[in-house]
Design a protein around this ligand. Structure first.
Ligand SMILES: Nc1ncnc2c1ncn2[C@@H]1O[C@H](COP(=O)(O)OP(=O)(O)O)[C@@H](O)[C@H]1O
Ligand SMILES: [Mg+2]
Length: 380
């Protein structure tokens, strides 16, 4: 870790103080200066800043006010206030309310200041590492999700392929008969038409499967490229894509019921992340159906309901259910009951995605009857 990679923005209306600060921190750290809260906000919007170091007493906007605005606009920036004894109370109050991370009391010493800056940089560095790790885990989860879906489709392709093989064998036999006994012509010819139809039906099924595989691999490539920007999107459309991607996997085990409202539901989110959320819940629902008997006996139900300002997405299954003592564990990273078939990342990432959007995720479950995961998100 290089301290110079974490720029410090010092804000003070007093020019003499800025000169002193440059002298003290300029060598060891990357130091930017601003003479007011307004100038600091402007600078933070166009330059990468890791630490805000602001004097509390400034005309216009105080250090604590600036810290509060910074928290709202750039929550990743560590906020440090330099304060005189007389303003200590306001600063401590701001710390207790989470607006300010640390404070330095005037008059400060160079050692004290450097130590606080190093500590702040370390916490910035750790936060950056955690974020990177979370992103990598999300990528691993996406890759494993795509693998599960792709293998279900590959499995689907086996059936039309084996039909094709049987039909082609018949064709080969008939043709060689034809060649051998020209008299058989009358008997064989009427069979050839339907046979060719069946063959082309199978090739269509295979083509359809291959197209789905391509959709999945494109989605995987896009999500690995990290197209994560937030924008207003229609949640119904994302749900439809998730349903298309998981249909094969769910159908192999259950009847798939989807209940969507007619009108669009706008949420401000990253499309890729939302898709990951819904696909994870649907795959878990399908994988929870472990009982005997045909797929017709079981149900996976996805429902989307809009209320003013909020939207509820529920994914229910009539699968194995979750024992109550396990409910608390399932959202933890790496918790899985699927052995080497699971990563234990799905629900941890679902929770992260939902919480990033200011929503909640919960589950109700009864062993032997099934589970229902419910996601509530703020909507426009
Ligand atoms: N719909 C469900 N029904 C029953 N158990 C579930 C369901 N969804 C999740 N679980 C449990 O939660 C665990 C963690 O899920 P997840 O984080 O998606 O990881 P993974 O699917 O890789 O195991 C699963 O292993 C399973 O035990
Ligand atoms: Mg899972």
């Amino acid at each position: 870790m290089n301290a110079k990679d974490y720029p410090i923005l010092y804000v003070d209306d007093d020019n003499a103080n800025r000169v002193v600060m440059k002298h003290n921190l300029g060598g060891e750290f990357t130091l930017l200066c601003a003479d007011s809260g307004a100038q600091a906000l402007e600078l933070m919007s166009r330059e990468p800043v890791s630490i805000l170091l602001a004097d509390q007493r400034m005309p216009g906007m105080s250090g604590v006010d600036l810290a509060e605005r910074t928290l709202r606009l750039h929550p990743e920036i560590v906020r440090v206030i330099i304060t005189a004894y007389s303003d200590l109370e306001a600063t401590i109050d701001a710390i207790n309310r989470g607006r300010v991370s640390r404070f330095i009391k005037k008059p400060w010493t160079r050692e004290e200041l450097t130590a606080v800056m190093q500590e702040s940089i370390l916490s910035c560095h750790n936060a950056r590492m955690v974020k990177e790790l979370q992103q990598r885990l999300a990528q691993i989860d996406r890759a494993s999700t795509m693998t599960v879906m792709a293998s279900a489709i590959a499995h689907d392709l086996r059936q039309p392929l084996s039909y094709l093989e049987v039909e082609l064998n018949t064709l080969r036999r008939d043709v060689s008969e034809l060649v051998r006994k020209r008299s058989l012509l009358a008997h064989v010819l009427p069979e050839l038409g339907p046979l060719v139809d069946r063959v082309s039906g199978s090739t269509e099924d295979i083509e359809h499967g291959l197209r789905k595989l391509m959709v999945i691999s494109e989605a995987m490539v896009a999500s690995l490229r990290n197209q994560e920007a937030r924008a207003p999107i229609d949640l119904c459309k994302v749900v439809q894509s998730a349903v298309t991607l998981t249909r094969s996997t769910v159908h192999a085990r259950a009847v798939f019921d989807v209940d969507l409202p007619e009108q669009p539901i706008t949420v401000h989110a990253s499309e890729g992340r939302l898709l990951q959320l819904i696909v994870n819940l649907l795959l878990n629902a399908a994988q929870a159906i472990t009982g005997p008997g045909p797929a017709l006996k079981y149900h996976v139900t996805l429902r989307l309901q809009a209320a003013p300002g909020a939207v509820t997405l529920s994914v229910a299954d009539t699968g194995c259910g979750i024992p109550s003592e396990r409910i608390d564990q399932i959202f933890a990273p790496f918790f899985t009951t699927k052995g080497s078939q699971g990563t234990g990342l799905g629900l941890a990432i679902c929770k992260q995605i939902v919480e990033e959007l200011g929503g909640t995720i919960g589950v109700e479950s009864t062993v032997g009857q099934g589970s229902c995961f419910r996601v509530k998100l703020p909507a426009q």
